[in-house]
Design a protein around this ligand. Structure first.
Ligand SMILES: *Cc1c(COP(=O)(O)O)cnc(C)c1O
Length: 225
């Protein structure tokens, strides 16, 4: 197995069975992505819709059918039409208005439903997107997204402040987990809060301890960028 494959397998094995591992592939080549898919990766996380994800998607050929394409970077309004045919899930919906823009374009992209996660700005950082980490902001988002015919809410995603010490991320993961639990009261009918996506290379272990069931790892699999 390739080195990338080995690192992927090692991390996957270290995780509880119910935690999904997203290979975060920003700035990685198509060959590197192939290696991780061949090692069994089921989730590929891309940050930039165009041109990066569109080109890789094109070049991967049949192999792309074997994985779920996750948008984990910010979605510009201008890129929605390009993103919809590629991504199986958008993890970074940060406002009701963005959700409405996406919803309006789903059918034209040849889809009926697009699964989404709400991005939470758990550290209240100016430089990051996401809703405020409060129950009222979450409730407003859940109610808003719930009214859109073509979006299916599946949970929450957060980045949290990036610092050297993974322990520093714990409070932000904890707040997001609390919102995840609270959100279950705001969704109508079945489902709506199943996926909690948080943690990166330096912090995924802490994220899992705090309840993440999806982690997004780049450097730990592919090496330093
Ligand atoms: C780059 C990125 C990751 C992975 O980061 P690493 O530190 O390389 O593991 C995870 N999530 C998002 C949103 C990213 O942009």
């Amino acid at each position: 197995m390739s080195e990338i494959g080995e690192r992927f397998a090692e991390i996957k094995e270290s995780l509880p069975d119910d935690v999904q591992l997203v290979a975060a592939t920003k700035s990685r080549s198509v060959d590197e992505i192939k290696e991780v898919v061949e090692a069994g990766a089921k989730y590929i996380g891309e940050n930039y819709t165009h041109p990066e994800a569109t080109e890789k998607y094109e070049k991967l050929g049949k192999l792309r059918e074997e994985v779920n394409w996750e948008l984990i970077g910010h979605l510009q309004k201008n890129d929605i039409n390009k993103a919809l045919p590629i991504f199986d899930r958008i993890q970074t919906v940060e406002s009701v208005s963005k959700a409405k823009h996406i919803d309006k374009r789903v059918e034209k992209a040849g889809k009926a439903i697009v699964p989404v996660l709400i991005e939470v700005n758990s550290g209240r950082e100016e430089s990051k997107y996401g809703i405020e980490p409060t129950k009222s902001a979450l409730e407003e988002m859940i109610r808003g997204v719930g009214q859109l015919e073509h979006l299916r809410l599946q949970g929450l995603m957060t980045m949290g402040p990036y610092r050297g010490d993974p322990e520093d991320a714990r409070p932000y993961f904890r707040v997001t987990r609390e919102l995840f639990e609270a959100g279950k009261d705001y969704v109508e009918g079945d489902g709506g809060m199943e996926v909690l996506s948080m943690g990166m290379t330096n912090s995924y272990r802490v994220a899992v301890e705090e309840g993440a069931n999806m982690v997004r790892v780049g450097t730990g699999i592919f090496g330093p960028r």
